[in-house]
Ligand binder design. Structure first.
Ligand code: NAD
Ligand code: GLY
Length: 367
């Protein structure tokens, strides 16, 4: 087992990464203050893992809360189901909420923990690659609004993150690819040598080679922990973690939550951010093409939805959380391995990025 730490003073917490951690009570019990524990999961993950986790917590009064599965359920109605269950079972303010699932469950369970009786203990047990390398670390919690992705929520750090890498064995291939989008993101924004490593190891990652996956998860979590430790509330560098997300969130919202997976939208959105960076002369076209090929090798879409017009993008991007005083700040690459957040770009370059023919570009590359 490897342990990393998110350094946030007295709110610091460990990220444990390894095989079979779901069966290790000693990794959980230090963070459970009372006798009550609520495991928030969904109808897909609960049948696979909730019994095992309940056994691990055999000394506690465990309440399973099983939600419907899907991004489309990341909303007020589903959040209310968590509060209904906690109140019906008379969970008090010493209860501990454990998220057992992907990013949707982690974000909703974390938001519920932040709100229930004004805040109760919270532990993340992420079960998708995406949630293991990104959403379980850093304390962003929340739900979607019909007008915008993740628009309602709270910063609320977990007490611990437990990543059992063997849980990826049951993950559908499309979901694994979606997680790889966020892994590739770390290489692009802050770790160029990691891109080379990913190019060398992509086939092993997709074949679920445990050692290779563990390395990718550790390296991603280390990058995320460093950024969160430096800028918990996203007043600066943390925004770089949103490379491709402004374009990607527009795709997710426009297409309907769950139609494009978050990681898929991030991949296509990142290609747009790279196209814009290339148009600004910050990265070269070969750099852009290198990233496109890596996304393709990860099994990800690299062309935005054909039905989305530039106006569709602009409408959705106008409610992005990086908009300040009406100015849309974008995460772009100054060079491979170095991201910047900026509103200093000519409007025409953004417009050209939105009308670019990505299908033709990818066809030219032979993809
Ligand atoms: P998800 O939570 O919808 O999980 C994907 C699918 O895989 C679901 O159907 C789920 O039931 C299933 N699943 C999960 N684990 C499984 C397993 N081990 N075996 C079989 N099936 C399994 O999606 P996701 O990609 O994990 O997360 C996406 C969400 O995360 C989005 O809502 C996004 O906004 C959010 N997110 C949040 C942050 C953050 O910092 N909080 C960062 C990135 C993404
Ligand atoms: N996923 C972006 C962040 O955590 O800031």
């Amino acid at each position: 087992m490897q342990t990393l730490k998110v350094e946030l003073g007295e709110r610091s917490y460990p990220i444990h990464i390894g095989e079979g951690l779901l069966d290790r009570p000693e990794l959980l019990t230090p963070y459970i203050v009372g006798k009550q524990v609520a495991i928030v999961s969904n109808s897909t993950i609960a049948p696979l893992y909730i019994e095992r986790l309940t056994q691990t917590l055999s000394g506690y009064n465990v309440l399973p809360i099983v939600l419907p599965d899907g991004e489309a359920f990341k909303n007020w109605e589903t959040l209310q189901l968590i509060f209904d269950a906690l109140l019906t079972a008379r969970h008090d303010r010493r209860t501990t909420v454990i998220a057992l699932g992907g990013g949707v469950i982690g974000d909703m369970a974390g938001f519920a923990a932040a709100c229930y009786q004004r805040g109760v203990e919270f532990i993340q047990i992420p079960t998708t690659l995406l949630s293991q390398v990104d959403s379980s670390v850093g304390g962003k919690t929340g739900i979607n609004h019909p007008l915008g992705k993740n628009m309602v929520g709270a910063f609320y750090q977990p007490k611990a993150v437990l990543i059992d890498t063997t849980s990826l064995s049951t993950l559908p291939e499309r979901e694994l690819s979606a997680g790889l989008a966020e892994v590739i993101k770390y290489g692009l924004i802050c770790d160029e040598p990691f891109l080379t490593w990913l190019e060398e190891n992509m086939d092993k990652l997709r074949a679920l080679d445990q050692a290779t996956l563990t390395t990718a998860i550790e390296r991603s979590c280390a990058a995320k922990a460093a950024v969160v430790g430096a800028d918990e509330r996203e007043s600066g560098v943390r925004a770089t973690l949103n490379l491709g997300h402004t374009f990607g969130h527009a795709i997710e919202t426009h297409m309907g939550y769950g139609v494009w997976l978050h990681g898929e939208a991030v991949a296509a959105g990142t290609v747009m951010a790279l196209e814009m960076s290339a148009r600004l002369g910050w990265i070269s076209e070969p750099d852009r093409n290198r990233a496109i090929r890596l996304f393709q090798r990860a099994g990800l879409p690299v062309v935005p939805p054909e039905e989305m017009t530039p106006d569709d993008f602009l409408t959705h991007m106008a409610v992005d959380k990086k908009v300040i005083d009406g100015r849309l700040r974008l995460v772009l690459l100054r060079r491979m391995g170095e991201a910047v957040v900026t509103d200093e770009y000519p409007k025409e370059v953004l417009q050209a990025t939105l009308v670019a023919d990505y299908r033709a570009l990818v066809d030219q590359l032979g993809g």
